[in-house]
Design a protein around this ligand. Structure first.
Ligand code: FEO
Length: 222
């Protein structure tokens, strides 16, 4: 039986976001499977690292979407994301340094509640706005602005994954264009170098080991 099954109750009705959420469910289930198989700590470390990176990628995608619609709750939602990303980062860091001090059942329970509560209580809040006339009007304005910026932009980068192909238009100083292209090429590889680059980019603001452990102690308290 699946530990944390996806159901349509969790659907926000936006494909790219639902797909991200389904992937996050999948990652929690993978952690559960490894934990039940009594897998070595290294396996759990790797899964937590992947989860931590993916959480940040997802938050960024969701925030871009909310910003595109001028969603008025964006700042408050971003603050929640920041805290949640720090929680997962702290779990990852604390597990990497002292795996025996982390109760795997509590860790799984925490992640399950965390994801479920955030989707049902916070993500669902932006759905009516994005579907409203105000949201649609904001999108039209954004598209006009994006077309204008595209014609003025210095570089267009395409980012691929196995489901989506997204055009990203960014303005950078000329001396950084080459570095940006190389980073995009590396990320297309999805190999060790791509992972190392993502780790570097998504590295959270310096949580020390002590801070991570303190945070985890509170998160997993009875
Ligand atoms: Fe789907 Fe606000 O995270």
């Amino acid at each position: 039986m699946t530990y944390f099954p996806w159901s349509n109750d969790y659907s926000v009705g936006i494909r790219i976001i639902d797909n991200d959420h389904k992937d996050l469910f999948g990652m929690v289930n993978a952690l559960h499977a490894e934990s039940k198989a009594d897998a070595p700590a290294k396996n759990i470390d790797n899964l937590l690292a992947a989860l931590s990176r993916y959480v940040e990628e997802h938050f960024e995608r969701e925030e871009e979407l909310m910003a595109a619609y001028n969603y008025p709750g964006l700042s408050a939602h971003k603050l929640k994301h920041k805290e949640l990303a720090l929680d997962v980062h702290a779990l990852r860091k604390a597990h990497a340094s002292q795996p025996r001090r982390i109760d795997r059942d509590k860790l799984l329970e925490y992640l399950k509640n965390w994801l479920s509560n955030h989707i049902m209580r916070s993500d669902m809040d932006y759905v009516p706005y994005l579907r409203s006339e105000t949201g649609k009007k904001a999108t039209k304005e954004r598209r006009k602005g994006a077309d204008r910026r595209k014609s003025e932009s210095s570089i267009s980068v395409e980012v691929f994954d196995d489901r989506e192909s997204v055009d990203v238009v960014v303005n950078v100083a000329k001396e950084n264009v080459s570095a940006l292209r190389r980073c995009a090429d590396l990320l297309r590889g999805d190999d060790e170098l791509a992972t190392a680059l993502k780790d570097l980019v998504f590295a959270q603001e310096n949580l020390t080991h002590a801070e991570a452990e303190q945070r985890v102690e509170k998160l997993l308290a009875d």
